[in-house]
Write a protein that binds this ligand. Structure first.
Ligand code: ATP
Ligand code: MG
Length: 512
């Protein structure tokens, strides 16, 4: 099939003060293809895409759309060139419906919402989207919101679609659906650019891969000729070992003991049912499960963010030798009991990073959803910030640079780094590598390992079964709010985990 060129970037350079975000980048995207843009955190991917979608303007270089030089001064201009971008953070208005969001700001004057709705339904049908155009955004799941963004782009006639880390926030099932839709759009002639850090996704969905490194264009290869090793080397510039060195646990000490923990949803359904387990100091306890099986509520229950219907959570304090029951205590009360708990929650929005402040100042803050705002008493936030910047290879001019100027993945690293380095006795991390490049992900895994070796009780919620079985000493599997097994991470196979992850549902059916 003859492919016509949709976008050509020629020698694009973009700087922010002293930071060179993109340097002399040239690349091509064709209709009828899915191009993956790959690069480490801070390598300039989002910045480059923001120039195509009219948010930033290149300092130097040219953009050609369908072979013609284009002057894209604003997102509205971008739509004139049939370019639509789905951002790392959605830009929807919560109290409006899908339809209202889609037509909002598009034409002047009064909108014919009924006609719009009809057109939206037709678009959904054509590509296989499942959304209700009348539903309000605040009632929607992340995946639905993302769908609204994509439909919005298509509704406005986008022929070129840019998706910036769309899979970071989706479950495996939702990713499969998104990929189906993307393939359908490609077959319809659209040019699609996707950014993702997950190499298996790059290999699965794209036709070609273009790699950036430190703002520079490194090259493009056909996905059929790529593999994880080749791509990582292109990205990092050298061979990197993607290995987790699992150490043998020693000096295991009981740290947390959950007994018959039951948590109810607002509708009275049990989200956690009679959960029993122990988390030991000196080991990594993995938590595996299909997303939404109760992992989130489990960690929240320990952190004091869920009401327990019944059961107990005992903390064995290594300093006092006392056992404290954390049941239905607030995060503040839990802290005051001397529990040194660090928590990287799944939903990181409420975690109290202040964008206008530097990494150093952010080291002193912490807040949890519902949990109020904490000031951590830190003596040397600046030194700590410097250490985290170094250990996690955070791309920033320095510890005082406002966090909002960092790339998405580097913001994540600040959050995760702050929690990991606050000398906890219990460290709970839910999907800590989301949004992180492959190299940084392994830095985090190895930091978790170090914490375990230092006698921390580490609880790690993960979705990648390979990582779970390589990293964890024991793996607790949860399904439908029920613990279906606690297995040895060294022995268990991925198949066995998979079976346990779907098991409770059968049991429930049998019981009925
Ligand atoms: N508005 C801004 N002001 C200052 N610096 C910025 C701004 N936007 C981006 N940068 C810097 O430009 C560089 C590239 O950032 P960009 O967001 O493009 O990276 P990225 O490849 O998308 O990374 P990630 O994978 O973490 O999302 C980073 O060093 C970032 O800190
Ligand atoms: Mg980015």
């Amino acid at each position: 099939m003859e492919r016509t060129e949709a976008i050509a970037l020629k020698n694009i350079t973009k700087t922010f003060g002293s930071i060179v975000a993109n340097k002399n980048v040239s690349l091509h995207v064709f209709h009828h293809e899915i191009l993956s843009i790959l690069g480490e955190n801070g390598s300039g991917k989002t910045t480059l895409m923001n120039m195509i979608s009219g948010i930033y303007h290149p300092d130097e270089g040219e953009i050609f759309i369908d072979g013609q030089p284009a002057s894209i001064q604003s997102p509205r201009d971008a739509y004139r060139y049939k370019i639509g971008m789905i951002h790392q953070h959605f830009k929807l208005i919560d109290v409006f419906s899908a339809t209202e969001n889609i037509v909002l700001g598009m034409e002047e004057g009064i909108y014919d919402l009924k006609a719009a709705e009809k057109k939206i339904r037709a678009t959904c049908k054509k590509y296989g989207f499942e959304i209700d155009p009348t539903k309000k955004i605040y009632q929607m799941s992340v995946s639905e919101k993302q769908t609204v963004e994509i439909v919005k782009a298509l509704y406005r006639g986008a022929d070129i679609l840019i998706l910036d880390e769309p899979t970071a926030v989706l479950t495996p099932q939702e990713i499969r659906k998104l990929f189906d839709v993307m393939r359908r759009m490609r077959d319809d002639g659209k040019a699609i650019i996707i950014i993702t850090h997950k190499l298996n996704e790059v290999l699965e969905i794209s036709d070609r891969v273009s790699v950036l490194r430190k703002g520079e264009y490194i090259g493009t290869i056909n996905t059929a000729e790529a593999n994880a090793g080749i791509l990582t080397e292109m990205m990092v510039g050298k061979k990197v070992s993607l290995n987790i060195e699992r150490s043998e646990p020693k000096d295991l000490q009981k740290r947390l003991t959950l007994t018959n923990v039951t948590v109810l949803a607002p509708d009275g359904r049990a989200i956690l049912r009679n959960v029993n387990f122990t988390a030991n100091a000196g080991e990594i306890l993995g938590i595996a499960g299909i997303s939404g099986s109760g992992q989130k509520e489990l960690l929240e229950a320990i952190a004091g963010l869920q009401h327990l219907k019944s059961g107990s959570i005992l903390y064995s304090n290594p300093e006092t030798g006392r056992e404290e029951n954390l049941r239905n205590k607030t995060p503040m009360q839990i802290r005051n009991l001397g529990v040194r708990l660090s928590f990287v929650p799944e939903d990181r929005l409420g975690m109290g990073l202040v964008g206008s402040m530097g990494i150093a100042d952010n080291m002193m803050l912490r807040s949890y959803r519902k949990g109020g705002f904490f000031l951590l008493r830190r003596k040397e936030p600046r030194d700590l910030a410097k250490r985290i910047i170094e250990e996690l290879q955070i791309v920033t001019p320095g510890p005082q640079t406002p966090v909002r100027r960092l790339s998405g993945g580097n913001v994540q690293k600040v959050l995760v780094g702050r929690e990991i380095s606050s000398s906890p006795t219990v460290l709970m991390a839910a999907y800590p590598v989301r949004g992180l490049d492959i190299n940084s992900s392994y830095l985090i895994y190895n930091l978790l390992m170090k914490q375990k070796e230092n006698g921390v009780a580490v609880i790690f919620v993960g979705e990648d079964l390979d990582v779970l079985t390589e990293l964890c000493d024991r793996i607790l599997v949860i399904s439908g709010g029920v613990v279906t097994g606690i297995v040895d991470g060294r022995d268990v196979t991925k198949e066995e985990l998979g079976l346990l992850m779907t098991k409770a549902h059968h049991r429930e059916e049998e019981a009925q």
